[in-house]
Design a protein around this ligand. Sequence first.
Ligand code: PHE
Length: 387
Amino acid sequence: MPYTVPKLDDFSPAALDAAGRDLLAAVRQEAEAVSGENDYKNFRDRWMARKNGVLTQINDLWLKAAPGPAKRDVGARVNQLKTEVEQIVEKRRLWVLAPTITAEHPGIEIPAQDWERYIKDAQLLGQKIDITLPGIRRPMGAEHPVIRTMNEVIGVFRAMGYSVAEGPEVETDYFNFEALNFPPNHPARDTQDTLFVAGQEKKAQRDRLLLRTHTSPVQIRAMLDTPPPIRVVAPGKVHRADTADATHSPVFHQVEGLAVDTNITFSDLKGTLDHAMKSLFGSSMKTRFFPSFFPFTEPSADVSITCFKCGGKGCRLCKMSGWIELLGCGMVDPNVFKFVESNGYDSQKISGFAFGMGVERITMLKYGIDDIQLFYQGDVRFLEQFA
Ligand code: PHE
């Protein structure tokens, strides 16, 4: 027996409950029975047709017939029933449509819990669905090559027991120069090299702010933080008043290293850096140390590695020397320890080494990049080669 809307003479909540239950049971049962598209249309019209659909009938037979005091309650119930019936009908519509889509695209299976959403999306967009089209994919980001090298260098030293320290990019003259044993009129303090923060003239020289020219001030900060023994690497951004060209940039990156303990010798420095270079560039890489000068290390050295273009034979890249200069290093100058004496750094009892390397330079050599500016231009075609 198909469902027919009954006339009501009892408008008590209990009677309305029962009538509502019957109606919903009927619409659910009929929905179940709907199979094809024509079937669906009949079903929809039977329930929703403006003219004499079931929903219109309950409006007439229940709501309009309700006595004054019951109108409010009956109205709310009728509205609720309308919403529920509409949802049941819509659900059935999607259910009927789904096989058509899968049939048009054999081989594609839309999981039952998804097809409703697929169809809804397409309707919202007012489009026919072509679920074989690829989705909109957001390109994956990737580490910048400079950061990547930095992390590789850090990884090599972490594996040797080093921890990571950081310091501010806006430094005081004290940490950037004075505590690192730069004499008062050392050329490195010159406006040629250092970018000073303006308006600092009233301050004492040691308190004046500048953009750090190297990561070496982190050596001092780390030693003030941690008594010996200490092993840290300090990666970061540094600034110099250089005009940009293929090998210079006013902003670049360094990784600093510092190891202080009892009986640290120059051999430890050589062994450590030789190992690090082999880890970074391959085990056949050789290192060469030759004398240099830094105010905060004594003795100081520059380190070269085998030219990877020619393998040491001599070529244009290494200016026929077979070697490529890569970093600065040395044994921590006892004068530097004086500035951190209060934290247990007694140059009579301890010794240490430090080193600093330019991350862009390492990256350029590693990947054969000939212009440092490429790192900062943000050209995706360049960057995605490293992804
Ligand atoms: N800070 C030096 C520079 O920027 C490099 C360096 C670090 C040298 C530590 C020796 C020890 O050139």
